[in-house]
Design a protein around this ligand. Structure first.
Ligand code: ATP
Length: 351
């Protein structure tokens, strides 16, 4: 597990003294620098034929208080991008600014308000109780734990951990440990957090609780969150904006709403017991078939058929002797957008 560079900070301080100089918003009311500004970032690993460009000329900005999803198939460069932003990996080119401070100019300034949970976990101390862990991670973040005690109580309450506050972490279930990991990341009062697969291993109810808490932290406390996940439900539920990476490059950067709107292509799903291979092959010749569900009962086929093409589809089905059991329009979801932009499913399979 990787720790964030935030732990390299100095001794405890009161929470309201934690902001770096670069963080201070101008007194004329104009907004300060964005939480994260990445410009033309490139990172290569290896040499010669074995060289991999993990991040390829990526630029993106994350405004304060926003929740941005980072999506991409396995190996797309998400973790490398996050590690560059945390100063764990040094890029070959480009720059990263955190609350206006360039990471290369001094990590202490850049990371005064940043924390991260990478690879779905964090090194919580299993012999310590849940509350002791929160106090410990607040301290290593440079914050006096007493000054954030109320925040800890609220976090424990929101994550349904209050009655486990005095239980050693080793005695908790996996899902509870995961929630403690998240609480530990938030314990020091970071203003920008990177969360990699935060709902991994959580049951449905716990994942819902965690999603709600992330939204609340952004909306009510102005926390800026960059969340990387293959779980589209989490991304759709918590993110204002989604950045999709493929082969180290950004292939989409927009609100969830705009991405879904752009993918809306009047897809119609037809189901019929008469949809055999031959009929579907015939449809493929005349229409754009986006999905075939041959195992369903009855089998289904999804076809792009807006406007007059819907009449053409009806005619083609009738001519092929297909009696339609069900027909409905299909609204695209984020998984469809992901597939269209990256050529892979969120789980990593190639389309
Ligand atoms: N330390 C390293 N040394 C060599 N190659 C690396 C290193 N770290 C990452 N890579 C390569 O860089 C590319 C991007 O990897 P990265 O871990 O950033 O992808 P990812 O999008 O986070 O993938 P996943 O969803 O599987 O976690 C991959 O081809 C990976 O093999």
């Amino acid at each position: 597990m990787a720790r964030s560079a935030a732990s390299a900070r100095g001794g405890p301080r009161e929470r309201d003294e934690t902001r770096s100089e670069a963080d201070d918003a101008p007194s004329d009311g104009t907004p300060g620098p964005p939480a994260l500004a990445v410009e033309n970032l490139t990172k290569r690993f290896g040499d010669g034929d074995d060289a991999v460009t993990a991040v390829d000329d990526v630029s993106l900005t994350v405004e304060r208080g926003s929740v941005v999803g980072l999506l991409g198939p396995n190996g797309a460069g998400k973790t490398t991008l996050i590690k560059c932003a945390l100063g764990i990996v040094i890029p070959d080119a480009g720059s990263v600014r955190v609350f206006g401070a360039d990471v290369r100019d001094g990590r202490r300034a850049a990371y005064a308000d940043v924390d991260a949970m990478l690879e779905g976990a964090r090194n919580d101390y299993w012999r310590l109780t849940v509350r002791e862990n929160l106090r410990y991670f607040a301290t290593v973040s440079g914050v006096d734990p007493d000054s954030v005690a109320a925040r800890h109580d609220r976090l424990l309450d929101r994550l349904d951990l209050t009655d486990k506050a005095d239980t050693p972490v080793r005695d908790l279930s996996r899902g509870m440990k995961q929630k403690v990991s998240l609480a530990s990341v938030l314990a020091g009062g970071a203003e920008l957090v990177f969360l990699d697969e935060p709902t991994l291993g959580l049951d449905v109810e716990s994942a819902r609780t965690l999603r709600a808490e992330l939204r609340r932290l952004a909306a009510e406390e102005g926390l800026t969150i960059v969340v990387s996940s293959h779980d589209m439900t989490t991304i759709e539920a918590v993110c204002d904006r989604v950045v999709m990476l493929s082969n180290g490059r950004i292939v989409a950067d927009d609100t969830v709403e705009a991405l879904l709107g752009a993918a809306d292509r009047d897809v119609v799903r037809v189901a019929s017991p008469d949809l055999d291979r031959e009929t579907i092959a015939g449809l493929r010749e005349r229409f754009e078939v986006v999905d075939v569900d041959a195992e369903a009962h009855p089998p289904g086929v999804s076809v792009v058929a807006g406007g007059d093409r819907l009449y053409d589809l009806t005619d083609a089905l009738r001519a092929a002797g297909v009696t339609v059991s069900d027909v409905r329009t299909v609204q695209p979801d984020l998984e469809d957008v992901f597939l269209e932009r990256t050529g892979s499913t969120p789980g990593g399979d190639s389309a």
